[in-house]
Ligand binder design. Structure first.
Ligand code: FES
Length: 115
């Protein structure tokens, strides 16, 4: 699922992205929030958010594959842990930024400092 924008912003400036049932277990979605592409992955029912753009050569990780708790870059195969943003192998070496998520009434909220 590729989505531009988001649903709404709550009282604590958390941004509602989508409902949890829109991202099935083992799947990913990408959202554009505050001009940033954010990847959200569902790993065994737990949701994680991190930057979508690979720091090696700017590939969209959304176009890659989710293997357990790692997303594999479609361009050169680096894998990033979706919980920590850490690359597991080269060629990518930079850590991806991760973002806190929480769920309220089946809606997934993200907290982004810049908003
Ligand atoms: S662009 Fe992601 S590993 Fe090269």
């Amino acid at each position: 699922m590729k989505m531009n924008g988001y649903l709404h912003v709550n009282k604590t400036n958390a941004i509602a992205l989508t409902t949890t049932d829109n991202i099935k277990v083992g799947k990913m979605a990408v959202f554009t929030v505050a001009e940033q592409e954010i990847l959200v992955a569902n790993v065994k029912g737990h949701f994680y958010a991190l930057d979508n753009i690979c720091p090696h050569e700017d590939a969209s990780l959304y176009k890659g594959a989710l293997h357990g708790d790692c997303v594999e870059c479609p361009l050169h195969g680096s894998r990033f842990n979706v919980k920590t943003g850490e690359p597991q192998e080269e060629p990518a070496t930079e850590i991806l930024k991760t973002y806190p998520l929480h769920i309220e009434n089946n809606t997934l909220y993200i907290q982004i400092d810049e908003c």
